[in-house]
Design a protein around this ligand. Structure first.
Ligand code: UT7
Length: 321
């Protein structure tokens, strides 16, 4: 028994923030942002939008693509680092908005790897027979934890959501998932204020993302290289068996390094970082849906999805679409 992706969806808020606009806010240039990260623009949630409201739109699209109704969903998990509230969790807010009642609904906090973690959990519920229609979402409003005076981070992040529906299948679907974390790197990428750990001083800065970009970059390249190798070896596959790499979209140069490690030409890599920036847990399901809807990813294609983020956490999924 496998779990198989029956439908995908994504949603981004209307407002686009361009590099040219950022040039007016902080000491940066369009040229620096493009050449160092590959980012050209990002979408920013409206004041009345939250992580859950983006997640709801992505979920509706995935449910429609799967050819089911919200009432069919019997398991709901959201990967997010930017929940609407301390509680109830984003999963229950999405559940209520979609008119679903009674099934398990929760969120998973694993920074940019949140969707891969959520997918791995949902896969276990579907393959064990406990869920027939699992809704798996990655959603973020990173703009709410961005310090708009810090040029080293504010040019990188964006808001958005992506979702998939998983169903049981006798045909291959999620073939394997590989999850990892190592808390020794927690100081390289973090948002210092929390709930149990009370904010001190300037609230805007305390809640904001802090990153030692260059160190995070080097570890991302090394770690993602190792996890894609692990995934191929675990399945006795050569890299040329893969049709597509669906990477976390933190930085075009990190993605290029992973593709090079896999010996994959960039034509086989789904890139959305230019339009959407880094949307953390939302980036993998957003990239997947973009490529499914534009016809690049087709039924039967073999995909390798991977992500790396604060913690550090990282992981991958080998997927027969
Ligand atoms: O999603 C989770 C995982 N995220 C990541 O893995 C992100 C990893 N890091 C990165 O993507 C890259 O490290 C960045 C895009 C953040 C930075 O690129 P970099 O090539 O590593 O640059 P750097 O941090 O080494 O900075 C180079 C220079 C510095 O100036 P000096 O010290 O050389 O004079 C920075 O102060 O660029 C400067 N700088 C900027 N200049 C213009 C930093 N931010 C900016 C900016 N505009 N926005």
């Amino acid at each position: 028994m496998y779990s198989r992706i029956a439908g995908t969806g994504h949603y981004v808020p209307e407002r686009i923030l361009t590099n040219a606009e950022l040039e007016k806010i902080v000491d940066t240039t369009d040229e620096w942002i493009r050449s160092r990260s590959g980012i050209e623009q990002r979408h920013i949630a409206a004041d009345d939008q939250t992580t859950a409201s983006l997640a709801i739109e992505a979920a509706k699209r995935a449910i429609e693509a799967a050819g089911i109704t919200p009432g069919d969903i019997d398991f709901l998990v959201v990967g997010t680092t930017t929940p609407d509230l301390v509680f109830p969790n984003v999963g229950t807010i999405v559940q209520e908005a979609l008119g679903i009642h009674g099934c398990a609904a929760f969120s998973v906090e694993a920074a940019c790897s949140g969707f891969i973690y959520a997918l791995s959990i949902a896969d276990k519920f579907v393959t064990s027979g406990e869920s027939k229609n699992a809704l798996v979402i990655g959603a973020e409003t990173l703009s709410r934890i961005t310090d708009w005076t810090d040029r080293s981070t504010c040019v990188l992040f964006g808001d958005g959501a992506g979702a998939v529906v998983l169903q049981p299948s006798t045909e291959q679907g999620i073939i394997s998932t590989h999850l990892h974390a190592d808390g020794q790197y927690k100081d390289l990428l973090y948002a210092p204020a929390g709930v149990s750990k009370r904010p001190q001083g300037d609230l805007n800065k305390e809640f904001a993302i802090h990153m030692q970009g260059n160190e995070a970059f080097k570890l991302a390249v090394k770690t993602l290289g190792a996890v894609v190798k692990e995934t191929l070896e675990a399945n006795s596959l050569d890299h040329d068996a893969l049709d597509w790499l669906v990477p976390h979209q933190a930085n075009k140069r990190i993605i290029e390094a992973t593709a090079k490690r896999l010996g994959m030409p960039m034509e086989k890599v789904i890139l959305t970082v230019a339009k959407y920036g880094n949307t953390s847990a939302a980036s993998v399901p957003m990239a997947l849906d973009v490529a499914v809807r534009d016809g690049r990813i087709k039924r039967g294609d073999l995909l390798l999805a991977e992500a790396f983020g604060g913690g550090f956490t990282w992981g991958s999924a080998l997927i027969r679409f």
